[in-house]
Design a protein. Structure first.
Length: 109
């Protein structure tokens, strides 16, 4: 069941795109979806290390697919270096937030 979180993480930015265009606070919608991903990952019988690894991988997949959406608009800006910078920073951001949400939940078990 936890492996379902990986394709969902990769598709999440595409699913959220229309909602983020309408919602006044798109970052809150993103974090709620990442929380749902965490709950899916935590729901299984896997050991803690595997859950942490799945969380990091889900965060990286989320960042990669989110960066693809920005890649579609990068030619309007004209600076490909901004895409690389965004890819690095969002990968770190989403990976770390997934870890920060998983670790306290694992500690309580």
């Amino acid at each position: 069941m936890e492996i379902v979180a990986l394709p969902l993480a990769a598709a999440a930015p595409f699913l959220l795109w229309p909602i983020e265009r309408l919602a006044p606070y798109p970052h809150i919608v993103e974090e709620i979806l990442k929380l749902v991903l965490i709950l899916v990952i935590l729901g299984g019988p896997e050991p803690a290390f595997k859950k942490i690894s799945l969380g990091i991988l889900a965060g990286v997949l989320f960042a990669l697919s989110e960066s693809f959406l920005y890649f579609l608009n990068i030619f309007q800006i004209g600076q490909l270096s901004l895409l690389a910078q965004r890819l690095i920073l969002t990968t770190l951001l989403h990976g770390m937030t997934m870890i920060l949400m998983i670790l306290p939940a694992l500690r309580k078990k």
